[in-house]
Ligand binder design. Structure first.
Ligand code: URA
Length: 288
């Protein structure tokens, strides 16, 4: 039994969120039937981010210790996942623009129902570090450790980021850190373009509210999203750009993501070149 739980837990971790039922289910029909209920921004649920219907976790819990076969649970209605659409993106823009402080922005995100990623995430991963820092780092998506603790960059890639910061004389008291996407995608998959688009107004407002002098975009998702380009990270990295977020203009640079550097340590020399540029710009901004 323990093995079965371990396997099922492993599947949950990997992003499996739907048990296969004995009888086929026409989920396109379910989508049609439940369309009117798709109101992204109504009635935010309190507490853990769970959805209606029977999740794999529910089924694991419900079936433990039962010897009698139980009737199949109602098929999970996957259309209650609020896939970001135009209305959700518009709401995201309006809500983000109306947030007057980081605390308000965090509250808005806690309540926002317009992105399906929150369904599987355990926690919102908002930001960490010094919210009045002159330098802000924006990563990509939270991974497992970040999801469990609701803090950005605290797993293995975060430890490497801390070392990279230390190498230029910085730490979390001198920088602020956030991500483009505030919820962990199931199984660490890449967020879809729609998921990224609906999260974009929030991270842009986040940057505007922190108002750093220097912005560092870590990894391709961060750089491409914030620079609105399809260029690859190896082309973008190490180059300064001016980005203006509503009222705030910032010197921005892209660099390689610590997760990538863990897989390709030979590329650390490129990141080191970028970090030396970041340090020089930071010193210039604080003495000039
Ligand atoms: N990778 C990211 O981009 N962000 C995190 O918070 C953790 C890993």
């Amino acid at each position: 039994m323990d093995d079965a739980f371990e396997i099922l837990n492993w599947q949950l971790e990997a992003g499996v969120d739907l048990a296969i039922d004995d009888a086929p289910v026409n989920r396109f029909e379910q989508v049609q039937n439940t369309k009117p209920q798709q109101k992204p921004l109504e009635s935010p649920p309190e507490g853990p981010q769970v959805t209606n219907g029977s999740s794999l976790a529910d089924r694991i819990a419900g079936q433990a210790g039962k010897s009698q076969p139980t009737p199949p649970p109602p098929a999970r209605i996957i259309s209650d996942a609020v896939m970001p659409d135009e209305a959700a993106v518009k709401s995201a823009r309006d809500l983000a623009a109306a947030a007057g402080s980081l605390a308000e922005l965090k509250q808005v995100l806690l309540e926002f129902q317009g992105c399906n990623l929150r369904r599987n995430a355990k926690n919102l991963v908002f930001g960490d570090g010094n919210p009045v820092a002159d330098i802000m780092f924006v990563g990509e998506t939270p991974e497992r450790d970040e999801d469990l603790q609701g803090m950005p960059f605290i797993g293995r890639s975060g430890q490497l980021l801390d070392l990279m910061l230390a190498a230029i004389g910085m730490d979390r008291s001198s920088v602020y850190i956030s991500n483009v996407i505030p919820w962990r995608p199931p199984g660490n998959r890449t967020p879809t373009p729609a998921e990224t688009e609906v999260c974009l107004p929030f991270i842009e407002r986040h940057i505007e509210l922190v108002a750093p002098k220097i912005l560092v975009m870590l990894g391709p998702l961060s750089a491409k999203t914030l620079l609105r380009t399809d260029d690859g990270i190896l082309r973008l990295r190490g180059k300064w750009k001016q980005i203006t977020f509503a009222s705030h203009s910032v010197d921005a640079i892209s660099s390689l993501h610590p997760t990538f550097l863990l897989r390709q340590p030979g590329q650390k020399r490129l990141a080191w070149q970028d970090f030396l540029k970041i340090k020089a710009k930071f010193d210039e901004a604080n003495t000039g």
